[in-house]
Ligand binder design. Structure first.
Ligand code: FAD
Length: 403
């Protein structure tokens, strides 16, 4: 398993799986590993096991297109993701490990009057909470991205939303950095360890049953991205989540032509160039719920058609890879974080197509909740009960193809 990450990650050899831990974290993606790290480093809780059915950082953490931004629509969203962006900026220092954080700004295109109006609102909400987001006109867009086609026939560009805080980071390195620092502090990461059953007695979680035996725990956190409702089902409750495949693809390396991230919800497409020169394309989820991470020709054709409308010369580039992950979509396009109907069983779920950028703040706040039993103010709006109380945090308009 260690061949999945470079030597510098330097993880200790696997320990024996013990029969009990203070905290069990289910899922060794960026989120689960971040929770473990903040628990150990900032709360001194180290009798922690992170249980992973496959290998660490091999789920959606390895599959996402690494967009980091905070230009959301609601005050709750802007505050939450804004704090995550702030933590991201110092993560390489905190880890002593380069996560290749690269701030290049994100440009979102408006093709209709309705989108221009929505962008104005986003820009104002963002500015109010300290985000660097502003409306720009076509001339400013031309200066930022000279190679962009502003007149793709049926949907000419009218204006743009420029978010100077938009960035990317090497997603694997984020998982490895958290794993390395958590393991250094005594956290055990058990790969090839699948949680198969949750044992609930008197409304309280007492143990998890794995393919390697039963593990008792003081409390547990589920951080399993595309399998949130599967695990919640094992605990005996339902989540308002529907799981869809989300695909992305990358071309062969080409000469540098694109610094900012460019996205268009009108064209259902976003395009970015990596530091190696490859061009990454992504779009919306597949149109049907499914637990399969197969790539499809249909998505490839439609996504490429839109990417070529934005950058016509890419018609000559060759595609290198296409892949997919399973994304848990909530009705309001916001995550579900905090307590669950089961005592001492916590939820880090509903991360849909947008959860990579939340990795640091999610780890920090969930660790605080586990350590203190108090829900941090930043995540209080994302409680599961919002769906019963009509207190949804509607981020649909700020999610779409921008991730
Ligand atoms: P994962 O990294 O998926 O980790 C969960 C882990 O749980 C997995 O390793 C899995 O094997 C394990 N697991 C599941 N069930 C069990 C079990 N029963 N027992 C033990 N282990 C279990 N977000 C952004 O912010 N920006 C983007 O640009 C972006 N682009 C995306 C593009 C694609 C194609 C996809 C698929 C997603 C994208 N996302 C993006 C979303 C983002 O990837 C996820 O929200 C985020 O990675 C979730 O992190 P995680 O740690 O919760 O999940």
């Amino acid at each position: 398993l260690s061949s999945h990450y470079p030597d510098e990650v330097d993880l200790p050899p696997p320990a024996e799986l013990k029969s009990a831990y203070d905290v069990v974290i289910i899922g060794a993606g960026g989120h689960g590993l971040a929770i473990a790290y903040y628990l150990a480093r900032y709360h001194g809780i180290t009798r922690v096991a992170v249980l992973e059915k496959a290998y660490l950082g091999g789920g959606n953490t390895a599959r996402n297109t690494a967009v980091i931004r905070s230009n959301y629509l609601t005050p709750e969203g802007v505050r939450f993701y804004g704090e995550s962006v702030r933590l991201f900026k110092n993560l390489s220092n905190e880890f002593d490990f380069n996560i290749m954080y690269s701030e290049r700004g994100q440009l979102t295109l408006a093709h209709t009057d309705a989108t221009v109006r929505a962008f104005r609102q986003r820009a104002e909400v963002n500015k109010h909470f300290g985000g660097r987001t502003e409306m720009i006109d076509c001339q400013q867009i031309r200066e930022l991205v000279p190679t962009l086609n502003l007149d793709p026939g049926h949907l000419p560009v009218l204006a743009g939303l420029w978010h100077a805080d938009g960035a990317t980071a090497r997603h694997d390195a984020v998982a490895w950095g958290y794993a390395r620092q958590a393991a250094k502090r005594g956290v055990e990461i058990h790969q090839l360890t699948e949680v198969q059953e949750l044992i609930v007695e008197g409304g309280r979680l007492t143990a998890v049953k794995t393919n390697r035996g039963t593990v008792r725990c003081g409390c547990a956190v589920q951080a399993v991205a595309g399998h949130s409702s599967v695990l919640a089902g094992k605990a005996g409750f339902r989540l308002p989540v529907v799981s869809y495949p989300l695909q992305a693809m990358v071309t062969q390396p080409v000469k540098p032509f694109l610094d900012p991230l460019v996205s268009s919800s009108g064209l259902h497409c976003y395009v970015q160039q990596t530091s190696r020169g490859e061009v990454v394309f992504g779009g919306g989820s597949d149109p049907y719920p499914l637990y399969s991470s197969r790539s499809t020709l249909e998505l490839k054709e439609s996504l490429i058609a839109h990417a070529i409308e934005m950058f016509p010369f890419l018609a000559k580039a060759k595609l290198m890879r296409q892949w997919a992950g399973i994304t848990d979509m909530t009705p309001d396009y916001s995550p579900i974080m905090g307590e669950s109907p089961i005592e001492n069983y916590y939820l880090d779920a509903g991360w849909g197509t947008w959860g990579f950028k939340a990795t640091p703040i999610c780890g920090k706040t969930m660790a605080e909740l586990v350590a203190t039993g108090r829900v941090p103010e930043l995540i209080a709006p994302f409680h599961l009960e919002r769906f019963a109380n009509f207190q949804q945090v509607n981020e649909m308009g700020a999610t779409a193809a921008s991730h």
